[in-house]
Design a protein around this ligand. Structure first.
Ligand SMILES: *Cc1c(COP(=O)(O)O)cnc(C)c1O
Length: 369
């Protein structure tokens, strides 16, 4: 049986560019990284883009630029990948959570409730490729003097009110293997501020402005030109990848409309999703539970994923952490329900129309609709 995979890694066309780097004998951060940075600044609509070696590192570096003091707080989503929280902790900050809306992104009203005297940063997570409600969030950040740092790891190509994800403050992208644009591993930080970009370039290279001119205690956050070559080839295909994902999302949405027990992902007005995932919710009262539907689809050769099975702070390592403000799950009811109900269906750019129809028919048959 031919399985329908949830994700595909499709980078074979990067071979000539990677070979060019290998033949040059210059593997470390160089012209290919610069080329990738220029391309990414265009996608995010920012003046600058700074490449680093992972999405997690991108968030760490973005926060380090802000010179946070111990006890300073970042407010973020409780429904995210642990990388968001790990990066905040690595940067020395404390983390507080505000519940999400049913679109899976930060709820501005809950953020307003969560702001304290120690809040310094607002970090929306542009989950599944959907930007949060950025206008009210930006307004809140302005009112409280907070920096805006987007976890746009999954959102290359997304936008809100015509503004690209990654352009609302400091944007942090991931180029991990399964993200919409990959460099195998990698990250990108986008900003309109020349000062922030300059600081990031110094920090990522052991705090050096030029060789052995150390002006800050930095780190090695550099991306290699080998990885950047994969990213450059991928970025050239982003329009094609994005439109194919949107096409597939439209087909799944049309095909699954009205299916009993199923809530479909909605894109609020003004937003363009990058469709990193197409995530449905299997509601209470559906004929099968979320986990049983996943098993039934797997038996039919359709792979699915649960992003994420638990609220991000709901692990002993975070609940016990002195800088994590974990709360009872009842205080983040929308995130807690999402963790029980979400199921990602294949939407990737290599999914054919026929495969999308197979997915639709299988889900409908299993849920009796
Ligand atoms: C992938 C991801 C990260 C981390 O990116 P890496 O490149 O894997 O380090 C952070 N946050 C979110 C929401 C992600 O999806």
């Amino acid at each position: 049986m031919n399985r329908i995979p949830l994700t595909v890694v499709d980078v074979a066309d990067a071979e000539p560019l990677v070979a060019e780097v290998l033949r040059s004998g210059s593997l470390v951060q160089g012209p290919m990284v610069e080329r990738l940075e220029r391309g990414f600044a265009e996608v995010a609509g920012t003046a600058h883009a700074v490449a680093v070696n992972s999405g997690t590192t991108a968030i760490v570096a973005a926060l380090r630029v802000l010179n946070l003091a111990p006890g300073d707080e970042v407010i973020t989503s409780p429904f995210t990948f642990a990388g968001t929280v790990n990066a905040i902790l690595e940067a020395g900050a404390s983390v507080r959570f505000a519940d999400i809306s049913t679109d899976f992104t930060l709820d501005p009203d809950r953020v307003a409730d969560a702001v304290t005297a120690r809040t310094r940063v607002l970090m929306p997570v542009q989950l599944y490729g959907l930007a949060a409600a950025m206008a009210p969030l930006a307004e809140l950040a302005d009112r409280h003097g907070l920096a805006m740092v987007e976890d746009a790891a999954q959102a290359a190509g997304a936008s809100c009110d015509g503004k690209p994800a990654g352009s609302f403050g400091i944007g942090c992208f991931s180029l991990y293997a399964t993200k919409n644009v990959t460099a195998a591993e990698g990250g990108m930080i986008t900003t309109d501020s020349g000062k922030v970009a300059d600081r990031l370039r110094v920090l990522r290279n052991q705090g050096m402005r030029t060789r052995y001119d150390h002006v800050a205690a930095g780190h090695n956050y550099r991306m290699s030109d080998v990885h950047a070559a994969i990213g450059v080839a991928q970025l050239a295909r982003l329009p094609e990848i994005a439109s194919r994902r949107a096409h597939n999302a439209d087909r799944l949405t049309a095909g699954l409309a009205g299916c009993p027990g199923l809530a479909l992902p909605a894109v609020p007005p003004g937003r363009v999703s990058a469709w990193h995932q197409f995530t449905v919710r299997v509601r209470p009262g559906a004929r099968l539970s979320r986990d049983d539907l996943a098993k039934a689809l797997a038996a039919r050769g359709i792979d699915t994923g649960v992003y994420y099975p638990r609220v991000v702070f709901d692990y002993d390592c975070y609940r016990a952490h002195p800088r994590v403000h974990a709360v009872p799950l009842a205080e983040v009811p929308v995130a807690a329900a999402a963790a029980r109900e979400v199921l990602a269906l294949p939407v990737h750019h290599r999914l054919t129309d026929e495969q999308a129809e197979t997915v639709v028919a299988a889900v409908r048959e299993e849920l009796g609709g």
